[in-house]
Design a binder for this molecule. Structure first.
Ligand SMILES: C[S@@+](CC[C@H](N)C(=O)[O-])C[C@H]1O[C@@H](n2cnc3c(N)ncnc32)[C@H](O)[C@@H]1O
Length: 272
């Protein structure tokens, strides 16, 4: 509790990030990790393993951008493959102290605070379903989207629902899809190669282990067919609910090298 308060008071970030809950969520992820390490480790190890396998298959890569780096729990820091990189850039809204400290010790690392949803400023200015805008055009050998895609629309949707209580489910869903689509477009511009690791399904189980609810973190779109998928036991019984536990199905895709808009399957649904 004291540690959480310390991080809340001292982690550098804007007033808006505090008010909209991004800082609390970031601190919450690290605290949950400490409580649920045993349940989370298989997912974190699998994520790291997929990144390492990609780096092994592409020994020529020298610069990498990690989007949604957070506490960096899912980055394979100790792998030999990451050692050869000359530039390691981490992007998130919140960079916890642990990662800032790592950055101080490793001159190859850069930390950038960028809104990867592209809509926070538009929402702040009073926009209604603003179009994602990201005024940043870096170039990297590889861009990894790190358990981020499903997270991007969550807070903007909460803000928009508060601002516009009459918004229809369809309008909100389309906007959420647009935010996710824009992220996939951006990473295809920024990197020669992309690797996307994302939740593909959220599942609630009762005490008997039976499925009682499913949620779709892609809001009805189908962004890619995962090359591999696994389970993240994100919230064991008692963690966030005394009667239910939650697991995420997580999938990985290299988006087959260069991504073209027409190849994003969800794209056509947005025009309807
Ligand atoms: C599920 S966590 C990813 C886990 C993270 N790689 C780790 O090991 O801690 C999602 C991350 O996305 C970040 N995030 C959410 N919305 C964002 C946005 N609009 N722009 C940039 N980062 C965002 C959060 O701050 C959080 O660190």
């Amino acid at each position: 509790m004291i540690a959480e308060l310390f991080h809340y008071l001292t982690t550098p970030c804007s007033w808006r990030m505090r008010k909209w809950g991004y800082l609390s969520e970031s601190i919450g992820i690290s605290s949950r990790y400490r409580r649920c390490q045993k349940e989370w480790q298989p997912h974190l190890s699998r994520t790291q393993e997929k990144i390492v396998q990609f780096l092994q298959a592409h020994p020529e890569l020298r610069s990498v951008l990690f989007c949604g780096s957070g506490a960096g729990l899912d980055i394979p820091w100790s792998s030999r493959e990451l050692q050869r990189f000359e530039r390691i850039v981490l992007v998130d809204l919140i960079h916890p102290w642990s990662i800032r400290w790592k950055g101080v010790k490793d001159s190859r690392m850069e930390l950038h605070s960028v809104d990867l949803s592209g809509v926070i400023e538009g929402v702040e200015k009073g926009g209604i379903f603003p179009e994602p805008v990201i005024d940043w055009s870096p170039k990297f050998d590889l861009v990894v989207s790190l358990n981020l895609l499903s997270q991007l629309p969550i807070v903007p949707l909460e803000q928009m629902e508060r601002r516009l209580p009459t918004a229809s489910e369809k309008e909100l869903t389309r906007w959420a899809q647009r935010i996710q689509q824009s992220h996939l477009e951006k990473i295809s511009e920024w990197g020669k190669f992309q690797l996307v690791i994302s939740d593909i399904q959220e599942i609630w189980l009762n005490r008997a282990g039976e499925i009682v609810e499913r949620q779709d973190p892609w809001y009805g779109a189908h962004w890619f067919d995962p090359e591999e998928e696994w389970e993240w036991r994100i919230s064991p019984l008692g963690e966030s609910d005394s009667q239910r536990s939650k697991i995420h199905r997580v999938g990985v895709s290299s988006l087959s090298g260069r991504l073209k808009l027409s190849e994003i399957k969800g794209h056509s649904e947005l025009g309807n």
